[in-house]
Design a protein around this ligand. Sequence first.
Ligand code: 5RP
Length: 262
Amino acid sequence: MDWGIKNRLARIIKPQTGRTVMLAVDHGYFLGPTKKLESVSRTIEPLMDYADALMLTRGILRTSVEPETSMPVVLRVSGGSSIIGEDLSNEVITTSIEDAIRLNVSAIALSIFVGSEYESQTLESLAMLVNMGQEFGIPVLAVTAVGKELSKRDSRFLSLSCRIAAEFGASFVKTYYCEDFEKVVESCPVPIVIAGGPKLETELDAFEMAYDAVNKGAVGVDMGRNIWQNNNPVAMLKAVRAVVHKNASPAEALEIFNRNKK
Ligand code: 5RP
């Protein structure tokens, strides 16, 4: 791997633990003003000290994050369909590599929709992004999206999607936690982070998911709704951080959450 790619990746996946807690706030690119993310700056302000990287779009980066920040940025550079449209998988590249460089990002991210009508289009975008990323030393995060078909989140589908992303040259992959998650990790030669998905019923459910994911080989999480849709987002993020970086058990994480909640 080229020095620039390694260096940028090390800003996100912390060399001290080999893990990362990314905070995803890119949801508006297809969901609009998602609940509790109506004002991104207000939502992220108290969380900035506890995340290792921020995942967001250039519009939100420029309008809602202070340029003085030392927070590594994973820039979402794909989009093109919305939650009220016909098909969420019709995504294209929305941001040039020049703009990503101008924004001094640590990685660029796009969704791939394997098995969808737009499979080839999104894989072609991945190939293009990897080529550009290689040229400028910027790692690519491929997100194995499922659109509205949440039932697709099984190890067979996710193994296929993650492996294809790695074969295309993604530096790391974001996927969902699933049963037999170790199979997904085993067959994917690049690091995997998990998305949290829609807010789970209890905090413990989220801690268990993060715990199981890292213990089965994920390098961390790229979580959104389970953090900032919680009434105590800072407590939530501190607890998930303990799971990811300190191997805290779900019960220990719950204690941390309870100690830190208001
Ligand atoms: C959407 C994304 C989101 O960043 C991702 O789903 C993570 O957020 P959450 O934990 O809320 O699922 O990539 O495609």
